[in-house]
Design a protein around this ligand. Structure first.
Ligand code: EPZ
Length: 453
């Protein structure tokens, strides 16, 4: 994919994007990534077996792509997953005047001619992470106009910590017509304390602080691998950052940074999703090209469910039990159990031997998958942010609807064990976060077909 200057009409489909040049001139009407109206048809009942390689991490690639705005020049990002979301971020950067070439998981981003500071609603509404361009634009150009992201499938997702942190750094941000606007901004260091751990706000402020005047301290920082790696990438570009991996990150502002050249880390949520798929089908799978260190909480939970797990250097081997044991799981910020695996582990508990209790402390209302799992015969009681799952002997296939990235992964897992056929519609949600999940499952012996709705 080549992004810089608009020459062609809106694209028919994303696949075309991989090899054609798509251009965007600053101020042009953006074409949001087109939603494929595909569905998945899954025949349940086959234990998975074989090896599967994990793609690069979406939640690491997105902030690193946005961070390219901090330095003028040619940036190279390898192992970038080919997803609707990374394409949307490429469009946002293209909209700002960057030239992007994306092929074979290598993304080359030239930010020399960035001249627009607007991230339009049409793109931001399709992907909240577009807000990551706000801090870098303010830091490098002193101006930004970024659409407010709004809510998501499971409810409000505020960005007050982004806003308040940048304001503490002197951004004087305004909300105008649904946009966050900053003009004539010279960021300066500040001491920010987060009571709530936020991956997004930590990344945002850490990026902005790299070019701010003086020192910024982020207390209550997130320590997700995406944050630590982002910090390490920025340090390699000349940033001065201390305390990565701890709850207190200190950034000493510098005058300028050099372009990024990096390889995106493996996607730990994709890896954990495949481990859960092996567990729910009672299969034996090796998840390859992953980082087992990032998977500790998921591995520990799957072992409690009765899985036999062996972690190697860059792979994890798992064998699922005849019937999973019931679980009690509470989501927490990293290194705790990830909320992005909550739905998938719930799918596993639907056929467990006994009653499981799943509590989401990060998103209190992230349960849009519950009524859809119930359509497959699951027994789940919701009480605020606590789901009690009574394991049933079997699920039965039915038409269901995907509502967000991880909810759709949970429906895929449940369909792999449900009797008969399950049809999952709106899988554009899945394509936002998983690269070729259907093909990878077929390669592990599953019966999965992608069909046009
Ligand atoms: C990141 O979202 C991930 N997205 C999410 O993954 C993930 O669920 C989340 O972190 C938590 O791990 C990306 O990395 C692109 P937060 P983010 O700021 O940064 C509250 C997926 O499926 N909060 O860490 O938006 C917030 O409401 C996605 O891949 C505020 O109150 O999450 C939540 O309760 C979904 N004010 C908590 O903090 C703020 O300004 C954690 O949110 C920001 C956050």
């Amino acid at each position: 994919m080549d992004v810089g200057g608009r020459a062609h009409g809106p694209l028919a489909s994303d696949a075309k994007l991989e090899h054609e040049s798509l251009t965007a001139t600053p101020g042009d009407a953006p074409s949001a990534t087109s939603k494929s109206m595909d569905a998945l048809v899954i025949q349940g009942g086959r234990p998975l077996s074989g090896r599967v390689a994990v793609s690069g991490a979406k939640n690491s690639a997105l902030p690193v792509m946005a961070a390219t705005l901090l330095a003028s020049g040619q940036h190279v990002l390898r192992n970038v997953p080919s997803l609707a979301d990374t394409r949307t971020m490429a469009r946002v950067l293209g909209q700002l005047g960057a030239r992007i070439e994306f092929s074979d998981h290598v993304c080359r981003i030239d930010t020399t001619d960035v001249s627009s500071f607007e991230a339009p609603y049409d793109l931001v509404r399709t992907m909240r992470a577009s807000i990551y361009v706000l801090g870098p634009l303010l830091a490098r150009f002193g101006a930004a106009r970024v659409s407010l992201p709004g809510g998501c499938a499971w409810g409000p997702r505020p960005v007050n910590l982004h806003f308040e942190g940048l304001d503490a750094m002197g951004a004087r941000l305004e909300i105008e017509h649904g946009y966050i606007v900053g003009k004539d901004v010279r960021l300066r260091g500040a001491h920010v304390r987060h009571e709530t751990v936020s991956v997004g706000a930590t990344a945002q402020l850490m990026m902005a602080a790299t070019l701010a005047e003086g020192t910024t301290v982020i207390e209550g920082a997130a320590i997700e691998p995406d944050i630590t790696v982002l910090g390490e990438v920025l340090v390699r570009c000349g940033a001065r950052i201390e305390g990565l991996g701890s709850r207190i990150i200190t950034v000493h502002g510098v005058k300028s940074l050099s372009p990024i050249d990096t390889t995106i880390i493996p996607d730990r949520i994709e890896a954990a999703t495949f481990l859960a798929a092996a567990a729910i089908t009672g299969g034996s799978v090796t998840v390859d090209q992953c980082d087992p260190e990032h998977l500790r909480a998921s591995i520990e939970t799957l072992e409690r469910a009765g899985c036999d797990v062996h972690a190697g250097e860059r792979e994890v081997r798992i064998s699922g039990p005849v019937r999973p044991a019931a679980l009690s799981v509470t989501t927490e910020p990293y290194p705790g159990f990830p909320t992005d695996m909550q739905a998938q582990i719930m799918a596993l508990c639907t056929i467990a031997d006994g009653e499981s209790v799943i509590t989401d402390t990060i998103y209190l209302d992230r349960f849009t998958h519950v009524p859809e799992l119930a359509r497959l015969g699951a027994e789940i009681r919701l009480d605020h942010n606590v789901a009690t799952v009574l394991g049933v002997d079997r699920l039965s296939g039915a038409p269901v609807m995907a509502t967000d990235i991880r909810a759709s992964a949970a429906l895929v897992l449940a369909a792999l064990v449900a009797e008969g056929e399950t049809r999952i519609s709106r899988i554009y949600h899945l394509d936002r976060g998983y690269e070729a999940l259907d093909q990878k499952l077929v390669d592990l012996g599953a019966s999965v077909r992608r069909v046009k709705e």
